[in-house]
Design a protein around this ligand. Structure first.
Ligand code: SAH
Ligand code: SF4
Ligand code: F3S
Length: 466
């Protein structure tokens, strides 16, 4: 009898499974946290029978995970939606349904406008509500156009599935892990406090469990993510208060986890225990993304960064005293309202003083709703463009100098993926540079000793030291 029931119920299940295989195409814009979130959404959808596809035309669901940081980033979404509308129409003509969802920071900031401007969109979902995605899709299936952009009261991470072992394997030997989300800093140029909400730290146990899962699936290097990752705080096993330094210590106890990184840090939140971690933990890579945005104290004040250039330079000296081989990367904005030639020269001087291994730089982009948008004295586009060109030339020169200085050094390389040529692999140096080396595909995931032999524009070349 029992068997009969089993057989009976097996039949509809099988039928359900074959018809239930649906495909999701996810396009990710913006920062690493969006990359992480896209993977979590894909994992959450797997429970409903969705498999990821790289071919947009094959998808039953297209999700755009969007970025609102600059005007250009946000505009990309609307042009992508125009193309998707045509695809949806074409597929409907062939009798195939395609759902369109918009996630990420544009969804959070402009949800209503997206639904108004883009009638083909079925679903808008903000970063705080991704755990509600499967349910939201059910509502779409019932004919609703869904807008989910509340700041969720429940913990999204508790409800999102942990990384799937097979998928993690396919994603490779490095992984992101969000430990902190949101921002309370309110820099006057920035949308993030509005799109990602206020600062929330994930609990230690949740982070450790996720890291362990990643390592069990073959991950060797984890980058801890947060908009203000060094503001992460939690409670240790004995009830004591923990900062990011303590969390890093705890993570180094996971056997097989060879490398740790964290990004992005705010200069005001680099505490002593985090600086000490750079001295004490060999697993913590000697590379730090520590944006300052401008080298002018007047502009830093107007940006509400709440520190001076002198404090930033002193801080870097302390971190480098703890870890002398540490290299820095940063972010810069040129043409913030009121920025004079003199302010800009201060930025160039600061870059000369600090010396960056890599840095990102942008023209200031006015963001609706931020205090910067209301400031007078906006800098003309052509002035911004000229300043950006000069700054980028200097940063590129420093990047090349840093790469050249690596030639001849013997370093540890984490072998990550196949290279362009057969018999070649690409790995990451401790300073996050791509390094090409002759090695066997079976060595992916190994950390090997290599000697740097040359430097190209975007990567280094090396040979394995036997
Ligand atoms: N939390 C990080 C930054 C996240 S946004 C921090 O505190 O540094 C990433 C970068 O985008 C910023 O560092 C800044 O350089 C740039 N950015 C943010 N808003 C911008 C705007 N309105 N215009 C131009 N660049 C901007
Ligand atoms: Fe934006 Fe400033 Fe927060 Fe960074 S610290 S996310 S730049 S508001
Ligand atoms: Fe963009 Fe949002 Fe990240 S605005 S940079 S996707 S936090």
């Amino acid at each position: 009898m029992t068997q009969e029931i089993a057989v009976l119920s097996a039949k509809p299940d099988v039928a359900l499974e074959s018809s239930a295989v649906r495909k999701v195409f996810v396009k990710t814009y913006g920062c690493q946290m969006n990359v992480y979130d896209s993977d979590r959404m894909t994992d959450a959808l797997a429970k409903d029978g969705y498999v990821a596809t790289d071919v947009m035309e094959d998808a039953d669901l297209v999700l755009l995970n969007t970025c609102h940081i600059r005007e250009k980033a946000a505009e990309k979404v609307y042009s992508a939606l125009g193309r998707l509308r045509d695809l949806k129409k074409k597929k409907a003509g062939e009798g195939r349904e395609m759902m369109i969802g918009v996630a990420g920071c544009v969804a959070q900031a402009e949800g209503d406008e997206i639904l108004r401007r883009a009638p083909a969109v079925d679903l808008v979902i903000g970063p705080q509500t991704y755990h509600r995605l499967p349910e939201a899709l059910q509502r779409v299936k019932r004919g609703e156009r869904v807008l989910e952009t509340d700041y969720a009261i429940e913990d999204k991470f508790e409800h999102l599935p942990a990384p799937d072992k097979a998928k993690t394997k396919a994603r490779g030997v490095t992984a992101f892990l969000t430990v902190q989300e949101g921002c309370d800093k309110f820099c006057t140029f920035c949308v993030v406090p509005y799109t990602r909400g206020s600062e929330v730290s994930r609990p230690v146990a949740q982070i450790v469990a996720e890291a362990q899962k990643l390592v069990d699936a073959g991950v060797r290097e984890i980058t801890l993510l947060g908009q203000n990752v060094n503001a992460w705080h939690g409670v240790g096993a004995n009830g004591e208060k923990w900062g990011l330094g303590d969390l890093l210590h705890r993570l180094t106890q996971i056997e097989g986890l060879s490398r740790l990184r964290y990004t992005t840090s705010h200069p005001r939140d680099m505490d002593d225990s985090l600086i000490d971690a750079h001295r004490d933990l060999p697993q913590l890579m000697p590379y730090l993304h520590l944006p300052i945005q401008s080298g002018s104290n007047r502009i830093l004040k107007a940006m509400n960064r709440r520190h001076t250039t002198a404090e930033y330079i002193a801080l870097i000296a302390r971190i480098k005293a703890a870890r002398p081989d540490l290299a820095l990367s940063g972010d810069f904005i040129v043409g913030f309202p009121g920025e004079t030639d003199e302010d800009f020269e201060d930025t160039l001087r600061l870059v000369e003083t600090v010396g960056y291994a890599q840095a990102f730089s942008f023209k200031y982009s006015t963001r609706p709703g931020t205090p910067g948008a209301d400031l007078g004295d906006q800098v003309p586009e052509d002035v911004k463009a000229k300043r950006l060109e000069r700054l980028q030339a200097l940063l590129l020169k420093q990047q090349n100098e840093f790469a050249q200085a690596c030639i001849g050094k013997t370093i540890d390389l984490l072998l990550e993926k196949p290279g362009r040529m057969p018999g070649q692999l690409i790995g990451r140096s401790p300073w996050l540079q791509s390094v090409n080396v002759d090695a066997n595909a079976s060595q992916i995931g190994d950390i090997v000793s290599v000697r740097i032999t040359g430097a190209g524009p975007n990567s280094l070349f090396a040979e394995v030291v036997s």
